[in-house]
Write a protein that binds this ligand. Structure first.
Ligand code: ADP
Ligand code: MG
Length: 192
């Protein structure tokens, strides 16, 4: 296992939104489909977040929570002015999920984004990311986040804040989106 800095201060970060079409880079053909969030969800990422590869948990349409790896990068569609969030869920759905509600909890950072000399090298790196994520996401501390109420709310509500106040999800052109980051145990909510 690599030496992984998984204690980024602004993580975990929770986000939800409807899956949009990606850039058609053929991830699915490589056996590693990545579900894309609409730009409004990406804009709610903590400003300090580095681009690179992250790990955490994800669910589709409030279904079972699975492990995931996520690439946060620059979005070519917006001339690299906006970031992109591409989530590969470690579960075989065997169907397209466009328009489905994707919920993620980003827990830790795995590695910076890199350029690879070959497709084989890229795939090998992703396989290694998945292996690391599989292992890290078995820790009792991380498993608590798998069972977080964020994933259990299915009544169109993302999460409760500290006062138990429920926050409705916002409707957006590109789907529902909202995100939240915990700073040292304090909930900081950003709506858009
Ligand atoms: P796109 O360029 O549109 O993102 P991809 O080749 O990356 O296309 O495939 C991503 C799509 O595959 C997702 O939007 C989703 O609909 C579907 N999909 C199926 N299984 C998964 C999975 N395990 N993780 C992520 N996306 C998945
Ligand atoms: Mg994709």
């Amino acid at each position: 296992m690599r030496n992984i800095n998984n204690t980024v201060s602004f993580l975990p970060h929770f986000a939800a939104g409807k899956i949009t079409q990606g850039f058609g880079r053929g991830s699915k053909e490589l056996g590693i489909p990545t579900a894309n969030f609409p730009v409004e969800v990406v804009q709610n990422l903590p400003k300090e977040i580095d681009i690179g590869i992250y790990y955490g948990y994800a669910s589709i349409d409030n279904g079972d929570v699975h492990k995931m790896v996520m690439s946060i990068g620059w979005n070519p569609y917006y001339h690299n002015k906006h970031k992109s969030m591409e989530t590969h869920i470690l579960h075989k759905y065997g169907r397209d999920l466009y328009g489905s509600l994707l919920k993620v909890c980003i827990i830790g950072y795995l590695r910076p984004e890199k350029n690879f000399d070959s497709l084989e090298a890229l795939i090998a790196a992703i396989r290694k990311d998945i292996e690391d994520a599989e292992q890290l996401l078995e820790s009792p501390e991380n498993l608590k986040l798998k069972n977080h109420e964020f994933f259990q709310n299915s009544d169109n509500v993302i999460s409760n804040d500290q006062n138990g106040h429920k926050t409705e999800m916002n409707g957006h052109k590109n789907g529902l989106c909202e995100s939240e980051t915990h700073h040292n145990g304090t909930h900081v909510k950003e709506n858009n």
